[in-house]
Write a protein of this length. Structure first.
Lengths: 270, 293
């Protein structure tokens, strides 16, 4: 079924997943994942609920460490460092590999402080002007500056859902990560806000590598260069997710090699 | 883009200031966590060591002996405590839970604010004041009506006043934690307020309510001051709800300060029984709610 060859292009690889198995307690949630994420490209993960795509995404910045029963076997290389090696500091990993969550979750602070919080806790040193510039640059990159420049001292919660999500993206950018992980970033947004976030993703890939989990296949075709399709296998031990096919988005949607992928992308799944 | 971020490697370094501070604070919070266990373990083990020796089956079933003689027990005080705590629970749990339901589910604006404020004040009232209040209302009331004076009713009433704010507060908080989505799901199916509260909200909050109520019960069972002049004490079996009633807490108080050795050792045994009654109540309450949770 799943092919082991998953290097799909010749640009530099930032994240190399090697034979990753993820367990929650005894239950195998993800099995035998081999997958390379190319630099400065958008890679999307699609698949039915429970296929483990969010779990995999959260493995990339070790957010799953917060789940007590979580256990990962295998390797994820970030350039040349195995993220799951015992000598890796997960706190530093999360600075380099940022995250945008499904529901906008601005911190209970002002818009300005939402942006400066990450840099401050990460030891960013600068004058007032440096911080002002950082805030402006981050908000501009997140295409939010024009809407909020006159109310930077207002609470982040006072913004609309779409603006809050762009604030969260700006916040993630502010710590200057190399990769931004997005876990269904548009599923709580209206179509107009979704479109703005998608445009933003296009611009961001100039500077960042983006991995996005989405339930929306049109979104995957619109924003991503590469697409990985995951499926879920029901066995006596429970349900576990696996990678079915990984290729350029065009190939996945127009010429899928696997029957399951074909059924899923054409809406005939399940 | 000039980076003003400090250069850090991905490798975990236990000596970097940031990691070091993190580790130190984790250790500090761990030590505090262990330290708070010390008084609990110390009190429990001291009571067990001192009380276990004087424990025998007879203490549960016999009356207190005369001074300076062996044997006897405090069965009457156990029964009295159970009676008064039951009366207190019967008064405070329905009132408290219903009041909290009103606060979270139905109230708007200033009335709820005042009720919450009053609850906070009430929870800060010293227990002896609750005793004086119950004395004034119940004990003197019974005297006026010629029905009695010091009584289990009076003691139970005083304990109920102490339990009430704890029950209202814990229930109020438990109900507020129930997600609004759940209420909307129920209302969206055409449920009335009553149906929503009884069939959706209360079951969701039940474990927390039971825990809060058993905490309140535990507190009430250990109260001495308010019982001193509402239920008084007696050396005999309780003979009715309107008669002076012995209780474990007052027995411990009376016997511990007495000069007689046999009474002192009974006081230790009484403390042990009291602690275990409270422990068993809360363990049982948790077990009962976690089973169908």
């Amino acid at each position: 079924m799943a092919t082991n060859t998953t290097t799909v292009n010749d640009t530099e690889t930032v994240l190399r997943t090697e034979n990753l198995n993820v367990y929650y307690g005894k239950f195998l949630a993800l099995q035998n994942i081999w997958l390379d994420i190319p630099k400065n490209q958008v890679t999307s993960f699609i698949g039915p609920s429970g296929c483990g795509k969010s779990t995999l995404l959260r493995c990339y910045n070790r957010l799953n460490d917060l789940i007590e029963s979580f256990r990962a076997e295998g390797k994820i290389y970030f350039y040349n460092d195995n993220l799951y090696a015992p000598n890796i500091d997960p706190v530093e990993v999360r600075r380099r590999i940022g995250m945008v969550f499904q529901r906008p979750n601005p911190l209970p602070k002002s818009i300005y402080d939402n942006i400066t919080f990450g840099p401050k806790i990460n030891g960013y040193k600068g004058t007032k002007e440096d911080f002002d510039q950082l805030v402006e640059r981050s908000l501009r990159q997140a295409a939010l500056w024009d809407e909020v420049k006159d109310k930077l001292r207002q609470s982040g919660a006072s913004l609309s859902g779409g603006q809050q999500q762009r604030l969260c993206i700006a916040r993630a950018i502010a710590v200057q990560p190399e990769i931004i992980l997005m876990d269904e970033p548009c599923s709580a947004l209206d179509p107009v806000s979704t479109l703005r976030v998608e445009e933003l993703i296009h611009q961001l890939k100039e500077n960042y590598t983006i991995v996005i989990v989405t339930h929306n296949m049109q979104q995957a075709t619109r924003v991503s260069d590469y697409t990985a399709f995951f499926n879920v296998k029901v066995s006596e031990g429970g349900r576990s997710g696996y990678l079915v096919e990984y290729n350029s988005t065009e190939a996945i949607f127009n010429d899928p090699q696997q029957e399951d992928t074909r059924n899923y992308v054409s809406g005939r799944f399940g | 883009m000039t980076s003003k971020f400090p250069e850090r490697s991905l490798t975990y370094s236990p000596t970097s200031p940031r990691t070091l501070f993190n580790t130190v604070m984790t250790v500090v919070s761990f030590i505090c966590g262990v330290l708070v266990l010390v008084p609990l373990v110390a009190v429990l083990s001291y009571i067990v060591i001192k009380g276990f020796g004087s424990l025998s089956p007879s203490v549960f079933f016999e009356l207190p002996p005369p001074p300076a003689r062996g044997g006897g027990g405090f069965g009457n005080a156990i029964l009295g405590t159970l009676m008064m705590v039951t009366i207190a629970a019967l008064i405070s749990i329905p009132f408290g839970v219903l009041a909290a339901i009103y606060l979270t589910e139905f109230s708007t604006g200033s009335l709820a604010r005042w009720v919450r404020f009053a609850t906070n004040v009430l929870s800060g009232v010293p227990s002896i004041i609750a005793g004086v209040f119950a004395y004034g209302i119940v004990v003197l009331g019974l005297v006026k009506l010629n029905l009695g004076s010091y009584s289990a009713i009076g003691g139970g009433f005083a304990l109920a006043i102490l339990m009430l704010p704890i029950i209202i507060k814990t229930t109020d908080e438990a109900l507020q934690l129930v997600s609004q989505d759940l209420r909307q799901a129920s209302v969206g199916l055409g449920a009335t307020n009553f149906q929503t509260v009884t069939q959706v909200v209360l079951p969701a909050a039940l474990p927390a309510i039971v825990t809060g109520s058993s905490l309140a019960l535990a507190r009430a069972a250990g109260e001495t001051a308010p019982l001193l002049f509402t239920a008084l004490f007696s050396q005999f079996w309780p003979s009715g709800l309107l008669k002076p009633t012995p209780s474990l807490a007052v027995l411990v108080y009376n016997f511990a300060i007495s000069p007689f050795e046999n009474w002192q050792s009974l006081a230790w045994a009484g403390s042990l029984v009291l602690v275990f009654m409270v422990l068993i109540t809360s363990v049982f309450a948790r077990w009962a709610t976690s089973r169908n949770g």
